[in-house]
Design a protein around this ligand. Sequence first.
Ligand code: HEM
Length: 412
Amino acid sequence: MTRVSHVELVDPSVYEAGGVPHEHLTALREHAPVHRHHGDPEAEAPPFWAVTRHADVVHVSRHPEVFSSYERLALFEEPAPEQLALQRMMMLNQDPPEHTGKRSIVNRGFTPRAIGALEEHVRDICRDLVGEVAATLEAGGEADFVRDVAAPLPLYVICELLGAPVEDRDKIFHWSNTLIGGSDPELQSSPEAGDTAAAELYAYAAGLAEARRAEPREDIITRLLQPDADGNELTGNEFELFVMLLSVAGNETTRNAASGGMLALFEHPEQWARLRADRALVRTAVDEIVRWVTPVNLFRRTAIRDTELGGERIAAGDKVVVFYASANRDERVFDDPFAFDVGREPNPHLGFGGGGPHFCLGAHLARLELSVLFETLLDTLPNIELSGNVRRLRSSFINGIKGMPVRQRPAF
Ligand code: HEM
């Protein structure tokens, strides 16, 4: 029987010190793929099931009638009632059929065609950000890949999507950082700071909705405020909640895919050389980066009836946590899963979820941002290299990097 403690698997400081604890996840996949953690009352850690194999993560994701999303953001905790009330109003935390109508309304804004129309903006943003870093390094200055490239890129893209003016970017950046910074004191000083950020972002979204209703524009947000062909529309506070969800779901994830992907390429210079020699590989490289980094490490579901998974009996009410980072290294699915291979194909990774109703709404957008970013880097900063210590996020939910200093390799 494998003994992997609760602390080894989900303690945020374990991730801060060394990244995803792959050694333990590999042992669980092999010996106890659906593993009951009994919790630790002293550490206020309630029991949960850890699901680590690809096939089981897919099964849980595709059976919302058994594995509910209602308390997914509470992760391992008992959710605080006031937070649960707000979370339950968001699509991410709902089940079909409640989820279905809302998802079909917002899908309109995220089709490949709607996202393709953003490509030129994304290209301009990447050119500006990477160009500025190149100029700073050229002048002998210092640059940080997270601060200067990976963090602003998704933020600026979401501001573009919302039609938010440039001068509001800093505010939106602060709110979404604070909302997601949960277990890292550097990002969120207190739970109250999170509540304040949520209230401010909500009020900001209400202002955006009012402005677009008064003066519609040719943008995604205006389209989301209008009824679809079947007359369905976002009502009450659903628009504001959706803007909040976008700011959280679209920022931190893409940021960490970009910075984790750059780090993987620093650690595997032969893969960077392959990309330099063949740009066509950027397409497969982006999915390999999402597999390798797995920016969203896990999500929770709650069993709403007794069931069986991986030979274990799960009782109604049990917490079930799917570990995407583990599924993405499952040796039953991937050849040589611990090799970072920018040409990997097929690549059925679960970085955007295990399929089913909640599959990442922003997957096309994330792929666009990442491919344009790495193309721009290959063009503008082909000699980029790591120049100091990488600082990881203290979180077992988001596999993140807070700081990563870079420089240009000197030409000899
Ligand atoms: C849902 C990952 C980028 C918006 C999800 C889920 C994951 C995920 C794992 C949950 C899937 C499930 O429960 O089955 C990622 C990763 C990203 C990324 C790794 C970047 C590399 C984005 C972007 C946006 C976005 C750019 C939007 C601007 C959403 C939304 C949901 C979601 C709205 C909830 C969908 C629903 O409940 O139906 N994402 N995401 N994501 N993502 Fe992403």
